[in-house]
Write a protein that binds this ligand. Structure first.
Ligand SMILES: *Cc1c(COP(=O)(O)O)cnc(C)c1O
Length: 354
């Protein structure tokens, strides 16, 4: 599986850097990962390849959305039957983004953590390969490709800082592991990298632990946030994620949902990238880290942008004003420009007078 997965662009983000008050900023853009537009195609590529080697005919997962999309698509391409278990309140884009591949979508009335516990039992009962349950060790290794590519695309060096969104805490720990493997192999110089984690305020068990300075991760019972892809209340790798941040001199931030939406917009307006809520969290967490002095102008920062905004469009609904439709006449355009000239919309005003 997965001939075309990964090797997504690493973009030098000078306009975003300026907006955030940073110097050297790079974006690892997994909003355009293949085939389902999120970082999850990396982990599924490895998990499903191994499942096929091990002779499984049925693949499955417990998912907050993106994993389900990727398991469904990759199963279809490999001719495997698939079952994806999701919390019943996911975004329309994530549900349709699984159904279209002919998978069996099983909505479960409950949080992701309940879905995940159920899937452990299902994996015992049926002979299915659950990407993130009984096949999880292979799934987790797939995350390393993100860091391998970042080091290569930076010209075989490790960035000074990296900001990573966290759900179960797997990606952040594997980024750390991958940089260490490259150091050990001598492919990069052994320079330090501070690793920072981002979660949504209303579901931030790992960041809360980091802020409290204790590796005791207190589960969040009922996550209530627009950042559904990261809404894991009881993160499987939370303990390890804590120690990655702690041991590298990193930290965690947990912006509000409003900051997340602002982060999505800032990324769109400065870099032309439409990210999902997890991307908004990553951008707004970075902003907080600059404000608190944890990140500064004199070092390089990579932001992991892990999912595509077309899947979580509802969070932007009602946050923009769109003009009433005009007639297809030049005079209507001129009239509109005149009215905008007097409005506070500076951007259109500039365009009108350019
Ligand atoms: C799954 C996911 C992550 C990382 O999840 P971990 O469980 O911490 O590995 C980050 N961003 C998005 C969009 C995801 O779907």
């Amino acid at each position: 599986m997965g001939e075309q997965v990964g090797y997504t662009p690493l973009i030098k983000a000078d306009r975003l850097a300026k907006a955030l008050g940073l110097g050297e900023v790079w974006l690892k853009n997994d909003t355009v990962n293949y085939p389902t537009l999120s970082f999850k195609d990396r982990v599924v590529s490895v998990a499903l390849s191994r499942s096929i080697e091990m002779g499984f005919d049925v693949v499955a997962c417990a998912s907050t959305g993106n994993l389900a999309n990727s398991v469904a698509a990759n199963a279809a391409a490999a001719g495997l039957t698939s079952f994806v278990f999701i919390p019943s309140d996911l975004e329309v884009g994530k549900v349709l983004g699984s159904l279209v591949y002919g998978t069996n979508v099983i909505p479960v009335d409950g949080t992701y953590d309940k879905v995940n516990r159920l899937c452990s039992e299902v994996a015992d009962k049926y002979n299915w390969a659950f990407a993130n349950v009984n096949i999880r060790p292979y799934y987790a290794e797939g995350s390393k490709t993100m860091a391998f590519e970042i080091a290569e695309q930076l010209g075989w060096r490790i960035p000074d800082n990296i900001v990573v969104p966290m759900a179960g805490g797997s990606l952040i720990t594997k980024i750390h592991k991958a940089f260490n493997e490259f150091r050990k192999l001598g492919l990069v110089e052994d320079t330090p990298c501070r690793i920072f984690g981002a979660q949504a305020e209303n579901c931030s068990p790992i960041v809360t632990a980091v802020k409290n300075g204790s590796d005791l991760i207190k589960p969040v019972e009922n996550p209530d946030t627009i950042v559904k892809s990261l809404a894991i209340g009881n993160p499987a790798d939370g303990f390890y994620a804590y120690h990655v941040m702690e041991s590298t001199g990193g930290y965690g931030e947990n912006p509000t949902d409003a900051e997340t939406v602002a982060g999505i917009k800032l990324l769109g307006e400065t870099e032309g990238i439409f990210a999902e809520t997890a991307g908004g969290v990553t951008v707004s967490a970075t902003k907080r880290l600059v404000e608190s002095g944890k990140l500064s102008k004199d070092s390089s920062v990579v932001l992991c942008i892990t999912g595509n905004g077309l899947k979580t469009r509802e969070v932007l609904e009602g946050t923009y004003h769109v003009h009433d439709a005009i007639q297809p006449t030049l005079s209507d355009v001129v009239g509109l420009m005149d009215s905008l000239k007097n409005s506070s919309n500076q951007k259109v005003e500039e365009a009108a007078w350019a």
